[in-house]
Design a protein around this ligand. Structure first.
Ligand code: NAD
Ligand code: UDP
Length: 314
């Protein structure tokens, strides 16, 4: 049994990770300020192995027990949430990361930082390899997230160099599945909810921009395999699905699956919205023996019933 601190444990990836670890008999300390999540999600955890610390990681804190591993998932993640309070986003990914790394040093815990494909910005290399330095607008409206996540990678790697912490950096590409907040605003959740409610499907721009969508269970496998690698491997390593879809493809697929009467409407393109994104996962295959198994059709078939039940229960 391991004791695992999950910062941002009440969010989309966090809830799924907590569930996985609790089912395997581990102890979880979840640290979250519910900035982009809902306490209701935690009601599924009645286990005495689950402890919640309601706290904003921007402020230093301590825990009164030994921990083996820290997963840092705490950050506003959808463009809607990170742009609604840019300075809070930057502080979370800078001050918050310092505070969690200090705990890793104190308790000699392994540390996994959830970085993002956004570090590649509007990529001029396609697909994106970890060696690509990216093409980020440093002062646009997405920069509060992109640049603070890039800074977080630097902070983590400097803790590794200076204090020798056992560090892992995952660059996560668009991931979807159950437990993403209904108001989150990311595309898969938005389109499913709109289609279920018979509301207009909102495409920003012409819908020709692409993303590669990874199902949550695949991502969890990748994160856990990464955490289990030896001290010599820090990453960054890309984790994502390699099958690329346009946003129009995604909208049509969801409409068809839900057999919805919703119509597609086209709204103005989001500022600095990357036009294409797809990971090169050779490094994950080599170092983690990992690749996604769940393709978009199957992943959507698993996700749609979750949101149907959720909407019916509200
Ligand atoms: P999410 O918004 O659903 O969850 C984030 C959680 O962090 C929420 O519970 C939120 O309340 C909490 N949080 C935010 N700021 C905090 C703070 N200052 N103190 C304490 N808790 C705080 O997002 P997610 O999709 O679960 O993403 C988790 C992590 O993975 C994020 O760091 C994100 O950058 C990274 N990531 C996710 C994706 C994806 O597709 N899901 C892609 C790239 C990177
Ligand atoms: N998008 C859209 N309609 C929505 C939500 C998102 O057309 O209701 C588009 C968005 O402009 C982007 C893509 O879908 O091109 C993925 O957006 P998301 O917010 O899920 O994640 P991102 O990859 O931009 O961080």
């Amino acid at each position: 049994m391991k004791t695992i601190l999950i910062a941002g444990g009440a969010g989309f990836i966090g809830i799924n990770l907590c569930k996985r670890f609790l089912n395997e008999g581990n102890r979880i300390i979840c640290v979250d300020n519910f900035y982009t999540s809902n306490k209701r999600n935690l009601e599924i955890f009645s286990s005495e192995n689950f402890k919640l610390i309601e706290h904003d990681i921007i402020t230093p804190f301590d825990i009164d027990e030994d921990i083996d591993e820290i997963y840092n998932l705490a950050s506003p993640t959808s463009p809607f949430t990170y742009q609604s309070n840019p300075l809070q986003t930057i502080k979370t990914n800078v001050h918050g990361v310092f505070n969690l790394l200090d705990l890793a040093v104190k308790y000699d815990a392994k540390f996994l930082q959830s970085s993002t494909s956004e570090v590649y910005g509007e990529p001029l290399e396609h697909p994106q390899k970890e060696s690509y330095w990216g093409n980020v607008n440093p002062n646009g409206i997405r920069s509060c997230y992109d640049e603070s996540k890039r800074c977080a990678e630097s902070i983590c790697l400097n803790y590794h160099r200076e204090y020798g912490i056992n560090l892992k950096i995952a660059r996560i590409f668009n991931t979807y599945g159950p437990y993403m907040d209904i108001l989150d605003g990311r595309v898969v959740t938005n389109f499913i909810i709109q289609a279920l409610k018979g509301e207009d499907i909102t495409i920003y721009g012409e819908g020709l921009q692409t993303r590669s969508f990874c199902y949550i269970d695949d991502l969890l496998d990748g994160l856990i395999k990464l955490m289990d690698t030896g001290n010599e491997f820090t990453g960054p390593v890309n984790l994502g699905n390699t099958i690329e879809f346009t946003i129009s493809d995604l909208a049509n697929k969801i409409l068809e699956k839900i057999d919805s009467n919703s119509k597609i409407i086209y709204l103005p393109q989001a500022q600095d919205d990357p036009t294409q994104r797809k990971p090169d996962i050779s490094l994950a295959k080599e170092k983690l023996s990992w690749q996604p198994k769940v393709m978009l059709d199957e992943g959507l078939d698993n996700t749609i019933p979750y949101y149907r039940d959720l909407i019916n229960s509200l």
